[in-house]
Design a protein around this ligand. Structure first.
Ligand code: SF4
Length: 246
């Protein structure tokens, strides 16, 4: 493998679908998922540790954009569908060539990232979901880097904010973020605690806790007359828990 082709290799944690997108602006839409391996964050409640923690590194397959694209086409039967690029942080992977290949065949690409790394190929996306992490994650948002992602995207992609909310501090953070970017539609999502020992991907889910946080969040938003925020649960978690590949 030459140095340049090696540089274009994508680390893939898993590919699956079509299934429905379970959250955010594309909720309910049939989607093929390409989950990349590796993340520059370590959120306390990350539900995708198999695509984050280096102990799973051996499970991440280096693939050329062409090989990833072949698999997306196989999964979708060659019928154009929305492709969700997730992780981990997919922004740390070289995904520009994959997006070009897919667009040539009429597919659409959505990418979700926390907004800590920007790439010029963000401008080629159809949908960019920027999901800054609130205080409960244990991470701190660098808003200058976040602004860099918006600048890289420029005008073309439909760009939205998606913020996970567990508690009052997270809610205040979400309000601040929304005020900072009034041009972006806002999606709020009640937090999903991975249970103790919950780096097991099939761990059970605290459905009662999620429902309680969802009701609290709806109350909070309506009491505040925050009428342009959308509050959505993770549909796939309600249907399948934290199982992988659905
Ligand atoms: S940014 Fe996302 S993938 Fe990375 S650690 Fe946080 S929740 Fe997990």
């Amino acid at each position: 493998m030459t140095a340049s082709s090696k540089a274009a290799t994508i680390r893939v944690s898993e590919m699956f679908g079509p299934t429905i997108q379970g959250e955010g602006v594309l909720i309910g839409l049939p989607t093929v998922f390409v989950r990349t391996g590796g993340c520059d964050y370590r959120c306390s409640w990350c539900d995708s540790l198999h695509a984050v923690d280096s102990r799973y590194r051996d499970d991440w397959t280096p693939m050329t954009p062409e090989a990833v694209w072949d698999e997306v086409k196989r999964l979708s039967g060659g019928v154009p569908v929305t492709v969700s690029l997730s992780g981990g942080n997919p922004a740390i992977q070289p995904l520009g060539a994959l997006i070009k290949l897919g667009h040539r065949d009429g597919y659409r690409f959505a990418l979700e990232t926390q907004g800590s790394v920007s790439k010029d190929w963000f401008a080629d996306l159809d949908v960019l979901v920027l999901s800054p992490k609130p205080p409960s994650s244990g991470m701190e948002t660098d808003w200058a880097l976040f602004d860099g992602c918006l600048e890289a995207a420029g005008g073309p992609p439909e760009t939205v904010l998606k913020i996970v909310v567990f508690d009052e501090a997270d809610y205040a953070y979400a309000r601040d973020a929304a005020a900072r970017y009034p041009q972006l539609p806002v999606y709020l999502q009640p937090g999903n605690h991975t249970p103790p020992g919950g780096d097991e991907v099939d761990a059970g889910i605290d459905m009662d806790g999620i429902a309680e946080r969802m009701r609290w969040l709806v109350d909070r938003v309506t009491q505040d007359r925050w009428f342009d925020a959308r509050v959505l649960p993770q549909l796939h978690v309600l249907l399948w828990g934290n199982r992988r590949g659905v």
